[in-house]
Design a protein. Structure first.
Lengths: 324, 160
Protein backbone atom coordinates (compact mmCIF):
# COMPACT_ATOMS: atom_id res chain seq x y z
CA UNK A 1 0.00 0.00 0.00
CA UNK A 2 1.46 3.39 -0.89
CA UNK A 3 2.23 5.88 1.91
CA UNK A 4 -0.72 8.14 2.61
CA UNK A 5 -0.21 11.46 0.89
CA UNK A 6 -2.31 14.55 1.47
CA UNK A 7 -4.38 16.06 -1.33
CA UNK A 8 -1.76 18.75 -1.80
CA UNK A 9 0.88 16.05 -2.25
CA UNK A 10 2.65 16.64 1.04
CA UNK A 11 3.62 13.50 2.94
CA UNK A 12 3.80 15.45 6.21
CA UNK A 13 0.25 16.72 5.84
CA UNK A 14 -0.74 13.17 4.96
CA UNK A 15 0.75 11.86 8.19
CA UNK A 16 -1.12 14.53 10.14
CA UNK A 17 -4.38 13.60 8.48
CA UNK A 18 -3.76 9.93 9.17
CA UNK A 19 -3.18 10.71 12.84
CA UNK A 20 -6.37 12.80 12.98
CA UNK A 21 -8.29 9.92 11.39
CA UNK A 22 -6.91 7.52 13.96
CA UNK A 23 -8.02 9.87 16.73
CA UNK A 24 -11.54 9.98 15.26
CA UNK A 25 -11.62 6.19 15.01
CA UNK A 26 -10.33 5.92 18.57
CA UNK A 27 -13.15 8.22 19.73
CA UNK A 28 -15.63 6.04 17.78
CA UNK A 29 -14.24 2.99 19.55
CA UNK A 30 -14.45 4.69 22.94
CA UNK A 31 -18.16 5.44 22.38
CA UNK A 32 -18.75 1.67 22.44
CA UNK A 33 -17.25 1.38 25.90
CA UNK A 34 -18.82 4.44 27.53
CA UNK A 35 -20.75 3.75 30.73
CA UNK A 36 -24.34 2.84 29.94
CA UNK A 37 -25.69 5.91 31.75
CA UNK A 38 -23.62 8.17 29.52
CA UNK A 39 -24.70 6.27 26.39
CA UNK A 40 -28.36 6.55 27.37
CA UNK A 41 -27.95 10.25 28.16
CA UNK A 42 -26.34 10.84 24.75
CA UNK A 43 -29.08 8.93 22.96
CA UNK A 44 -31.74 10.78 24.94
CA UNK A 45 -30.16 14.13 24.08
CA UNK A 46 -30.06 13.26 20.38
CA UNK A 47 -33.67 12.10 20.46
CA UNK A 48 -34.59 15.37 22.14
CA UNK A 49 -32.76 17.55 19.61
CA UNK A 50 -31.71 16.26 16.17
CA UNK A 51 -34.31 13.51 15.98
CA UNK A 52 -37.13 15.39 17.69
CA UNK A 53 -38.73 16.79 14.50
CA UNK A 54 -38.71 13.36 12.87
CA UNK A 55 -40.12 11.60 15.93
CA UNK A 56 -42.76 14.34 16.15
CA UNK A 57 -43.55 13.70 12.49
CA UNK A 58 -44.25 10.04 13.21
CA UNK A 59 -46.33 10.96 16.26
CA UNK A 60 -48.25 13.44 14.14
CA UNK A 61 -48.84 10.78 11.51
CA UNK A 62 -50.25 8.39 14.09
CA UNK A 63 -52.54 11.17 15.36
CA UNK A 64 -53.57 12.16 11.86
CA UNK A 65 -54.30 8.55 11.00
CA UNK A 66 -56.58 8.22 14.01
CA UNK A 67 -58.29 11.54 13.25
CA UNK A 68 -58.69 10.66 9.59
CA UNK A 69 -60.37 7.41 10.54
CA UNK A 70 -62.80 9.22 12.83
CA UNK A 71 -63.48 11.93 10.26
CA UNK A 72 -64.04 9.42 7.51
CA UNK A 73 -66.58 7.64 9.65
CA UNK A 74 -68.42 10.86 10.49
CA UNK A 75 -68.45 11.80 6.86
CA UNK A 76 -69.62 8.32 5.99
CA UNK A 77 -72.57 8.58 8.37
CA UNK A 78 -73.70 11.76 6.66
CA UNK A 79 -73.04 10.84 3.08
CA UNK A 80 -74.53 7.48 2.37
CA UNK A 81 -75.02 3.98 3.54
CA UNK A 82 -72.39 2.74 1.14
CA UNK A 83 -69.85 5.07 2.62
CA UNK A 84 -70.83 3.88 6.08
CA UNK A 85 -70.16 0.31 5.06
CA UNK A 86 -66.81 1.29 3.56
CA UNK A 87 -65.62 3.29 6.55
CA UNK A 88 -67.04 1.07 9.27
CA UNK A 89 -64.20 -1.43 9.21
CA UNK A 90 -61.53 0.90 10.55
CA UNK A 91 -63.85 2.57 13.05
CA UNK A 92 -65.00 -0.71 14.47
CA UNK A 93 -61.44 -1.94 14.69
CA UNK A 94 -60.26 1.19 16.49
CA UNK A 95 -63.31 1.31 18.75
CA UNK A 96 -62.81 -2.29 19.68
CA UNK A 97 -59.21 -1.62 20.66
CA UNK A 98 -60.01 1.50 22.66
CA UNK A 99 -63.00 -0.10 24.36
CA UNK A 100 -60.88 -3.10 25.26
CA UNK A 101 -58.20 -0.89 26.73
CA UNK A 102 -60.75 1.13 28.73
CA UNK A 103 -62.27 -2.03 30.17
CA UNK A 104 -58.85 -3.33 31.03
CA UNK A 105 -57.81 -0.06 32.65
CA UNK A 106 -60.88 0.13 34.85
CA UNK A 107 -60.75 -3.36 36.28
CA UNK A 108 -57.82 -4.31 38.43
CA UNK A 109 -55.48 -2.82 41.03
CA UNK A 110 -52.82 -1.88 38.52
CA UNK A 111 -52.36 1.65 37.32
CA UNK A 112 -52.04 1.92 33.57
CA UNK A 113 -51.13 4.71 31.21
CA UNK A 114 -52.62 4.79 27.71
CA UNK A 115 -49.84 5.22 25.17
CA UNK A 116 -49.24 5.61 21.48
CA UNK A 117 -46.67 3.23 20.03
CA UNK A 118 -44.05 4.60 17.61
CA UNK A 119 -41.54 2.59 15.60
CA UNK A 120 -37.85 3.44 15.16
CA UNK A 121 -37.95 2.39 11.50
CA UNK A 122 -34.33 1.26 11.39
CA UNK A 123 -33.81 -2.04 9.55
CA UNK A 124 -31.69 -3.45 12.38
CA UNK A 125 -34.04 -2.25 15.10
CA UNK A 126 -37.01 -4.48 14.36
CA UNK A 127 -39.01 -5.22 17.45
CA UNK A 128 -37.94 -1.95 19.04
CA UNK A 129 -40.62 0.61 19.81
CA UNK A 130 -41.13 3.93 21.53
CA UNK A 131 -44.09 5.01 23.62
CA UNK A 132 -45.15 8.58 24.37
CA UNK A 133 -44.91 8.24 28.15
CA UNK A 134 -41.87 8.12 30.40
CA UNK A 135 -40.49 8.71 33.86
CA UNK A 136 -42.70 11.78 34.30
CA UNK A 137 -45.74 9.49 34.01
CA UNK A 138 -44.09 6.94 36.37
CA UNK A 139 -43.21 4.49 33.64
CA UNK A 140 -40.42 2.26 34.94
CA UNK A 141 -37.90 -0.13 33.41
CA UNK A 142 -39.41 -3.55 32.75
CA UNK A 143 -42.99 -2.22 32.80
CA UNK A 144 -45.39 -4.35 30.75
CA UNK A 145 -46.94 -3.01 27.56
CA UNK A 146 -50.34 -4.59 27.01
CA UNK A 147 -53.22 -4.46 24.58
CA UNK A 148 -56.71 -5.88 24.95
CA UNK A 149 -55.32 -9.15 23.62
CA UNK A 150 -52.56 -9.47 26.22
CA UNK A 151 -48.85 -8.87 26.74
CA UNK A 152 -47.34 -7.01 23.78
CA UNK A 153 -43.87 -6.13 25.11
CA UNK A 154 -41.89 -4.48 27.87
CA UNK A 155 -40.31 -1.09 28.48
CA UNK A 156 -36.53 -1.22 28.51
CA UNK A 157 -35.40 2.37 28.80
CA UNK A 158 -37.73 4.98 30.25
CA UNK A 159 -36.77 8.62 29.61
CA UNK A 160 -38.55 11.68 31.02
CA UNK A 161 -41.17 12.09 28.32
CA UNK A 162 -40.74 9.04 26.15
CA UNK A 163 -39.72 5.45 26.69
CA UNK A 164 -38.07 2.84 24.53
CA UNK A 165 -39.15 -0.74 24.68
CA UNK A 166 -39.40 -3.99 22.80
CA UNK A 167 -42.33 -6.01 21.56
CA UNK A 168 -42.47 -9.80 21.73
CA UNK A 169 -40.75 -10.17 18.35
CA UNK A 170 -37.48 -8.73 19.70
CA UNK A 171 -34.71 -11.30 20.31
CA UNK A 172 -34.27 -10.01 23.88
CA UNK A 173 -37.91 -10.52 24.82
CA UNK A 174 -38.39 -12.88 27.76
CA UNK A 175 -41.39 -13.45 30.03
CA UNK A 176 -41.96 -15.99 32.75
CA UNK A 177 -45.07 -17.92 31.84
CA UNK A 178 -47.42 -20.62 32.94
CA UNK A 179 -50.34 -22.51 31.53
CA UNK A 180 -53.74 -21.11 32.41
CA UNK A 181 -54.38 -23.94 34.89
CA UNK A 182 -51.14 -23.03 36.67
CA UNK A 183 -49.72 -26.54 36.40
CA UNK A 184 -46.75 -25.89 34.13
CA UNK A 185 -44.23 -23.04 34.31
CA UNK A 186 -41.63 -21.95 31.78
CA UNK A 187 -40.07 -19.04 29.93
CA UNK A 188 -41.45 -17.53 26.76
CA UNK A 189 -39.08 -15.99 24.23
CA UNK A 190 -39.17 -15.02 20.59
CA UNK A 191 -37.47 -17.20 18.03
CA UNK A 192 -36.66 -16.10 14.50
CA UNK A 193 -37.12 -18.77 11.87
CA UNK A 194 -35.02 -19.29 8.76
CA UNK A 195 -37.21 -16.91 6.77
CA UNK A 196 -37.25 -14.31 9.57
CA UNK A 197 -40.74 -15.31 10.64
CA UNK A 198 -40.84 -14.53 14.34
CA UNK A 199 -42.55 -17.02 16.59
CA UNK A 200 -42.92 -17.47 20.32
CA UNK A 201 -41.31 -20.38 22.05
CA UNK A 202 -42.31 -21.70 25.47
CA UNK A 203 -39.31 -23.45 26.95
CA UNK A 204 -38.13 -24.87 30.23
CA UNK A 205 -41.12 -27.14 30.75
CA UNK A 206 -40.52 -30.45 32.49
CA UNK A 207 -40.02 -33.38 30.14
CA UNK A 208 -43.16 -35.03 31.48
CA UNK A 209 -45.34 -32.01 30.63
CA UNK A 210 -47.77 -32.60 27.79
CA UNK A 211 -49.65 -29.57 26.50
CA UNK A 212 -52.52 -29.86 24.08
CA UNK A 213 -52.64 -27.47 21.15
CA UNK A 214 -54.82 -24.52 22.08
CA UNK A 215 -53.69 -24.47 25.72
CA UNK A 216 -53.62 -20.85 26.85
CA UNK A 217 -50.30 -19.55 28.23
CA UNK A 218 -50.24 -16.49 30.50
CA UNK A 219 -47.57 -14.61 32.45
CA UNK A 220 -46.69 -16.22 35.76
CA UNK A 221 -45.57 -13.00 37.46
CA UNK A 222 -42.40 -14.66 38.70
CA UNK A 223 -39.15 -12.79 38.93
CA UNK A 224 -40.11 -9.65 37.04
CA UNK A 225 -42.44 -6.70 37.34
CA UNK A 226 -44.83 -8.16 34.81
CA UNK A 227 -48.06 -9.01 36.62
CA UNK A 228 -49.43 -12.52 36.74
CA UNK A 229 -52.11 -13.58 34.33
CA UNK A 230 -51.50 -11.49 31.22
CA UNK A 231 -52.33 -13.61 28.16
CA UNK A 232 -49.33 -14.40 25.96
CA UNK A 233 -50.47 -16.98 23.45
CA UNK A 234 -51.80 -20.43 22.91
CA UNK A 235 -49.91 -23.64 22.24
CA UNK A 236 -49.54 -24.51 18.57
CA UNK A 237 -47.36 -27.61 18.56
CA UNK A 238 -44.52 -29.47 20.20
CA UNK A 239 -41.14 -27.88 19.37
CA UNK A 240 -39.10 -30.83 20.60
CA UNK A 241 -37.11 -31.54 23.70
CA UNK A 242 -33.99 -29.88 25.06
CA UNK A 243 -31.81 -32.84 25.92
CA UNK A 244 -33.73 -35.42 27.86
CA UNK A 245 -35.09 -33.24 30.60
CA UNK A 246 -36.96 -30.23 29.17
CA UNK A 247 -39.63 -29.66 26.60
CA UNK A 248 -40.46 -26.72 24.36
CA UNK A 249 -43.64 -25.69 22.55
CA UNK A 250 -44.40 -23.23 19.77
CA UNK A 251 -46.98 -20.60 20.70
CA UNK A 252 -49.35 -18.53 18.64
CA UNK A 253 -49.18 -15.07 20.24
CA UNK A 254 -52.40 -13.27 21.03
CA UNK A 255 -50.95 -9.86 20.16
CA UNK A 256 -50.18 -9.04 16.53
CA UNK A 257 -46.99 -6.99 16.92
CA UNK A 258 -47.17 -5.31 13.50
CA UNK A 259 -50.53 -3.70 14.24
CA UNK A 260 -49.47 -2.39 17.63
CA UNK A 261 -50.34 1.31 17.65
CA UNK A 262 -52.17 1.83 20.95
CA UNK A 263 -51.57 0.19 24.30
CA UNK A 264 -51.31 0.50 28.06
CA UNK A 265 -48.13 0.66 30.11
CA UNK A 266 -48.05 -0.47 33.74
CA UNK A 267 -47.02 2.37 36.05
CA UNK A 268 -44.70 2.38 39.02
CA UNK A 269 -46.54 1.74 42.28
CA UNK A 270 -49.13 -0.49 40.67
CA UNK A 271 -49.64 -3.50 42.90
CA UNK A 272 -51.64 -6.44 41.63
CA UNK A 273 -54.53 -7.16 43.99
CA UNK A 274 -54.93 -10.69 42.71
CA UNK A 275 -54.48 -12.60 39.50
CA UNK A 276 -55.11 -10.43 36.51
CA UNK A 277 -56.86 -13.43 35.01
CA UNK A 278 -60.13 -11.79 36.03
CA UNK A 279 -59.58 -9.36 33.16
CA UNK A 280 -59.67 -12.14 30.61
CA UNK A 281 -62.65 -14.32 31.40
CA UNK A 282 -62.95 -17.80 29.95
CA UNK A 283 -63.48 -17.41 26.22
CA UNK A 284 -61.81 -13.99 26.24
CA UNK A 285 -58.35 -15.23 25.25
CA UNK A 286 -58.49 -14.21 21.64
CA UNK A 287 -56.40 -12.64 18.94
CA UNK A 288 -57.62 -9.29 17.59
CA UNK A 289 -59.06 -10.79 14.41
CA UNK A 290 -60.82 -13.53 16.38
CA UNK A 291 -62.33 -10.96 18.72
CA UNK A 292 -63.45 -8.92 15.69
CA UNK A 293 -65.03 -12.00 14.09
CA UNK A 294 -66.80 -12.88 17.32
CA UNK A 295 -68.19 -9.37 17.73
CA UNK A 296 -69.25 -9.34 14.11
CA UNK A 297 -71.04 -12.66 14.60
CA UNK A 298 -72.69 -11.24 17.71
CA UNK A 299 -73.79 -8.17 15.76
CA UNK A 300 -75.20 -10.43 13.02
CA UNK A 301 -77.14 -12.44 15.58
CA UNK A 302 -78.56 -9.27 17.11
CA UNK A 303 -79.49 -8.00 13.66
CA UNK A 304 -81.27 -11.25 12.84
CA UNK A 305 -83.09 -11.16 16.17
CA UNK A 306 -84.16 -7.59 15.49
CA UNK A 307 -85.41 -8.54 12.03
CA UNK A 308 -87.29 -11.53 13.46
CA UNK A 309 -88.90 -9.33 16.10
CA UNK A 310 -89.90 -6.81 13.47
CA UNK A 311 -91.44 -9.59 11.38
CA UNK A 312 -93.29 -10.96 14.41
CA UNK A 313 -94.57 -7.49 15.28
CA UNK A 314 -95.73 -6.98 11.70
CA UNK A 315 -97.46 -10.37 11.66
CA UNK A 316 -99.07 -9.67 15.04
CA UNK A 317 -100.36 -6.31 13.89
CA UNK A 318 -101.71 -7.87 10.68
CA UNK A 319 -103.47 -10.55 12.71
CA UNK A 320 -105.11 -8.01 15.01
CA UNK A 321 -106.26 -5.91 12.05
CA UNK A 322 -107.68 -9.08 10.43
CA UNK A 323 -109.73 -9.82 13.55
CA UNK A 324 -111.01 -6.24 13.59
CA UNK B 1 -15.60 18.83 -2.73
CA UNK B 2 -18.32 19.87 -5.14
CA UNK B 3 -21.35 21.68 -3.82
CA UNK B 4 -23.56 19.29 -5.75
CA UNK B 5 -22.12 16.29 -3.85
CA UNK B 6 -22.73 18.07 -0.56
CA UNK B 7 -26.31 18.96 -1.47
CA UNK B 8 -27.09 15.43 -2.63
CA UNK B 9 -25.55 13.94 0.52
CA UNK B 10 -27.46 16.38 2.74
CA UNK B 11 -30.74 15.54 0.99
CA UNK B 12 -30.01 11.83 1.36
CA UNK B 13 -29.45 12.24 5.10
CA UNK B 14 -32.65 14.26 5.43
CA UNK B 15 -34.60 11.71 3.40
CA UNK B 16 -33.22 8.87 5.50
CA UNK B 17 -34.43 10.58 8.67
CA UNK B 18 -37.85 11.36 7.21
CA UNK B 19 -38.40 7.90 5.76
CA UNK B 20 -36.89 5.76 8.52
CA UNK B 21 -37.62 7.85 11.62
CA UNK B 22 -40.56 10.01 10.53
CA UNK B 23 -42.50 7.40 8.59
CA UNK B 24 -41.16 4.40 10.48
CA UNK B 25 -40.25 2.50 7.31
CA UNK B 26 -37.80 -0.29 8.06
CA UNK B 27 -35.81 -2.39 5.63
CA UNK B 28 -38.18 -1.47 2.80
CA UNK B 29 -36.22 1.76 2.34
CA UNK B 30 -32.48 1.72 1.55
CA UNK B 31 -29.79 2.82 3.99
CA UNK B 32 -29.33 6.37 2.73
CA UNK B 33 -26.97 7.31 5.59
CA UNK B 34 -24.32 4.93 4.28
CA UNK B 35 -24.99 6.03 0.71
CA UNK B 36 -24.53 9.68 1.67
CA UNK B 37 -21.33 8.83 3.51
CA UNK B 38 -19.95 6.90 0.55
CA UNK B 39 -20.69 9.81 -1.79
CA UNK B 40 -19.03 12.35 0.49
CA UNK B 41 -16.07 10.12 1.37
CA UNK B 42 -14.87 9.77 -2.23
CA UNK B 43 -14.24 13.46 -2.40
CA UNK B 44 -13.06 14.52 1.03
CA UNK B 45 -10.24 14.05 3.53
CA UNK B 46 -10.04 10.76 5.39
CA UNK B 47 -10.39 12.40 8.82
CA UNK B 48 -13.42 14.42 7.71
CA UNK B 49 -15.10 11.34 6.24
CA UNK B 50 -14.46 9.41 9.46
CA UNK B 51 -15.88 12.31 11.49
CA UNK B 52 -19.02 12.46 9.33
CA UNK B 53 -19.40 8.69 9.75
CA UNK B 54 -19.06 9.13 13.50
CA UNK B 55 -21.78 11.78 13.54
CA UNK B 56 -24.17 9.77 11.39
CA UNK B 57 -23.50 6.71 13.53
CA UNK B 58 -24.38 8.63 16.68
CA UNK B 59 -27.75 9.63 15.20
CA UNK B 60 -28.40 6.07 14.05
CA UNK B 61 -27.48 4.60 17.42
CA UNK B 62 -29.67 7.08 19.30
CA UNK B 63 -32.72 5.22 18.00
CA UNK B 64 -31.53 1.82 19.11
CA UNK B 65 -31.72 0.13 22.44
CA UNK B 66 -28.66 -2.06 22.67
CA UNK B 67 -25.08 -1.85 21.47
CA UNK B 68 -24.84 1.93 21.43
CA UNK B 69 -21.76 2.85 19.42
CA UNK B 70 -21.85 0.00 16.92
CA UNK B 71 -23.01 2.25 14.10
CA UNK B 72 -20.61 4.97 15.26
CA UNK B 73 -17.64 2.66 14.84
CA UNK B 74 -18.81 0.99 11.64
CA UNK B 75 -19.68 4.22 9.81
CA UNK B 76 -16.52 6.00 10.98
CA UNK B 77 -14.47 3.07 9.66
CA UNK B 78 -16.36 2.98 6.38
CA UNK B 79 -15.94 6.75 5.99
CA UNK B 80 -12.18 6.50 6.50
CA UNK B 81 -11.75 3.49 4.22
CA UNK B 82 -14.01 4.88 1.50
CA UNK B 83 -11.99 8.07 1.47
CA UNK B 84 -8.80 6.02 1.22
CA UNK B 85 -10.09 4.17 -1.87
CA UNK B 86 -9.61 7.38 -3.82
CA UNK B 87 -5.86 6.83 -3.63
CA UNK B 88 -6.01 3.11 -4.27
CA UNK B 89 -8.62 2.76 -7.00
CA UNK B 90 -9.35 5.15 -9.79
CA UNK B 91 -12.48 4.82 -11.82
CA UNK B 92 -15.73 6.41 -12.83
CA UNK B 93 -17.40 3.66 -14.74
CA UNK B 94 -20.86 2.49 -13.77
CA UNK B 95 -19.44 -0.90 -12.81
CA UNK B 96 -16.80 0.63 -10.55
CA UNK B 97 -19.24 2.92 -8.76
CA UNK B 98 -21.78 0.11 -8.33
CA UNK B 99 -19.08 -2.13 -6.85
CA UNK B 100 -17.85 0.70 -4.64
CA UNK B 101 -21.35 1.29 -3.23
CA UNK B 102 -22.07 -2.42 -2.84
CA UNK B 103 -18.80 -3.19 -1.06
CA UNK B 104 -19.08 -0.02 1.04
CA UNK B 105 -22.51 -0.93 2.36
CA UNK B 106 -21.52 -4.56 2.86
CA UNK B 107 -18.43 -3.43 4.81
CA UNK B 108 -20.63 -1.19 6.97
CA UNK B 109 -22.85 -4.16 7.80
CA UNK B 110 -19.85 -6.37 8.48
CA UNK B 111 -18.24 -3.82 10.83
CA UNK B 112 -21.59 -3.29 12.55
CA UNK B 113 -22.02 -7.04 13.00
CA UNK B 114 -18.60 -7.25 14.63
CA UNK B 115 -19.11 -4.16 16.81
CA UNK B 116 -22.60 -5.05 17.98
CA UNK B 117 -21.34 -7.76 20.31
CA UNK B 118 -21.99 -11.48 20.47
CA UNK B 119 -25.06 -11.26 22.71
CA UNK B 120 -27.07 -9.01 20.39
CA UNK B 121 -26.16 -10.15 16.92
CA UNK B 122 -27.79 -12.75 14.72
CA UNK B 123 -25.93 -15.34 12.64
CA UNK B 124 -23.10 -14.17 10.38
CA UNK B 125 -24.50 -15.65 7.19
CA UNK B 126 -27.94 -14.19 7.74
CA UNK B 127 -26.80 -10.77 8.99
CA UNK B 128 -23.93 -10.10 6.59
CA UNK B 129 -24.54 -12.23 3.50
CA UNK B 130 -28.32 -12.45 3.23
CA UNK B 131 -29.59 -9.23 4.82
CA UNK B 132 -26.32 -7.34 4.26
CA UNK B 133 -26.05 -8.49 0.65
CA UNK B 134 -29.64 -7.53 -0.12
CA UNK B 135 -29.21 -4.16 1.59
CA UNK B 136 -25.93 -3.54 -0.26
CA UNK B 137 -27.52 -4.37 -3.60
CA UNK B 138 -30.40 -2.04 -2.78
CA UNK B 139 -28.00 0.78 -1.90
CA UNK B 140 -25.91 0.16 -5.02
CA UNK B 141 -28.93 0.29 -7.35
CA UNK B 142 -30.53 3.31 -5.68
CA UNK B 143 -27.17 5.06 -5.35
CA UNK B 144 -26.22 4.47 -8.95
CA UNK B 145 -29.55 5.74 -10.24
CA UNK B 146 -29.39 8.77 -7.99
CA UNK B 147 -25.79 9.63 -8.81
CA UNK B 148 -26.48 9.24 -12.49
CA UNK B 149 -29.57 11.45 -12.50
CA UNK B 150 -28.11 14.16 -10.27
CA UNK B 151 -24.78 14.31 -12.06
CA UNK B 152 -22.70 13.23 -9.07
CA UNK B 153 -21.45 10.19 -10.97
CA UNK B 154 -19.62 12.24 -13.57
CA UNK B 155 -17.18 13.43 -10.93
CA UNK B 156 -16.88 10.30 -8.84
CA UNK B 157 -13.51 8.65 -8.61
CA UNK B 158 -11.71 11.25 -10.71
CA UNK B 159 -7.98 10.76 -10.59
CA UNK B 160 -6.03 13.46 -8.86
Amino acid sequence: MPPYVHQDGSERAGRLELRTTLVVLFVALIVNFLPQDLQLATAERLRGTVLLPFLALQEGLVDAQARAEEASVLQARIDSLTAVVMGRTTLEEENRRLRGLLQLDARDGWEWQAVKVLRAGQPDQEGTLMVDAGLLQRVREGAPLVTREGLAGVIIEPSPGMSTGIDWTHPDFRASAMTLDGLHYGIVRSDAGIFRETRLLLEGLPYSAVLDSGTVVVTSGMGTVIPRGLPIGRVLEDAGAEGEWRKTYWLQPFVEARSLTLGLVGLEGGIPQEDDLSDWQEGGFLRAEERAAREEALADTLRMLRDSLALLRGAGRGGVEGIR
Amino acid sequence: MRTLDLVVAFLLILTHLIVHVGFGVGAAAPDLFTLALLIIARDTHMAVAALIGLGLGLVEDALGLRSFGAHVLSLALVGALASRTRDLFVGESVMFVATYLFVGKLAADLFHWVAVGAEHRSGFVRAVFLEGGTGALYVAVVGLALMYTTGVLRNTGRAR
